[in-house]
Design a protein around this ligand. Sequence first.
Ligand SMILES: *[C@@H]1O[C@H](CO)[C@@H](O)[C@H](O)[C@H]1NC(C)=O
Ligand SMILES: *[C@@H]1O[C@H](CO)[C@@H](O)[C@H](O)[C@H]1NC(C)=O
Ligand SMILES: *[C@@H]1O[C@H](CO)[C@@H](O)[C@H](O)[C@H]1NC(C)=O
Length: 328
Amino acid sequence: MGSLHGLLSFCFVLVLVLSSNHLTAKAHNKSTNQIKVEADFKIIAELAGKNSIPNADFKGLAKLALTKAISNGNGICQRVNSLLLKSSDMYTTRSLTGCSTNYKDAVGLINKSLAALDAKKYGDAKTCITDALANSTKCEDRFEELLQRNSPFTFMKAKFGLLCLTGLKHINLLVQKERLITEGCSQTLDKELCISTVGFFQENKGLGLHGLAKLAVEKALQDGTRIHNHISVLLKTTSDKCVLKKLKSCSAFYLTAIGKIKASLPALDCNRYGDASTWVGAAIGSAETCEGVFAGKSNKISPLTPMKIEFSKQVSISLVVIKKLAGN
Ligand SMILES: *[C@@H]1O[C@H](CO)[C@@H](O)[C@H](O)[C@H]1NC(C)=O
Ligand SMILES: *[C@@H]1O[C@H](CO)[C@@H](O)[C@H](O)[C@H]1NC(C)=O
Ligand SMILES: *[C@@H]1O[C@H](CO)[C@@H](O)[C@H](O)[C@H]1NC(C)=O
């Protein structure tokens, strides 16, 4: 009996919230927005389906090669150091000491290139790798110069070089792929949204529009939940009363956003795309309101801003796909 009562009042609240969302959606002039989304969608779908833009995860492949290069380089360092302990000849000791520095530098440089790659500083990443290669060659050259022979780790050096070159090759392919997508998206009205949507479509090739919509919404739900959890942690660790108050408001806003996104999933399943799009769209409003609470008059960014940008991006991708479904 109690649960039935609870269910009834839940449905009542649901109807209230739904109808208020409908009102706000109708107040907007949707037609221009709809036309923009459809024009962009055509370009996005074409770009994502283009064979000239390969579907490979070049960043992942580059990182894999560079991570292996680091362990390879560390292996060479160990080898050099153990040989140094045994060395009695002056020239050998001098060569090995130089090599020890070269490979320490090389490993540090590859490590730096990984960070640059994550920061999308591709030019820096490539420079680091080239310098690391030059360091490993320097070690070889020193053996040649002082002892007129190859180093005892020429074979390991060759492997290190190959891994570095593989990393470089994949970074070049990544740059090329990103350039093609950026050029393609330059004709669209929201370039950033186009770029992230093409990326999402490419990562999930094979899913139909409906599957893409569901996945995008589920990811948005994950992002929203992550922010809400992060706020809960901040609420426990913050002592500043003003910040606490803002965090409490944001916690409520994100709870609302999460609820709305959750509600859009059954709407998607029932092909009620108009409703699904209204619900998901309303979630962006909640996130913006939270940012506004933090910004106040001083225009400060909130501790949630980076996560919020990811969240908004995912919500926008969902909207692009759902609006396309609604228009079909
Ligand atoms: C809505 O957009 C259409 C198409 O651009 C335009 O013709 C119309 O005047 C707009 N209506 C309102 C109420 O702004
Ligand atoms: C690699 O870089 C990270 C930061 O990007 C740093 O914390 C770590 O100590 C570095 N490791 C080596 C071996 O240089
Ligand atoms: C080796 O690495 C160091 C430290 O990063 C760098 O300054 C130097 O240019 C590199 N050496 C060569 C021969 O490239």
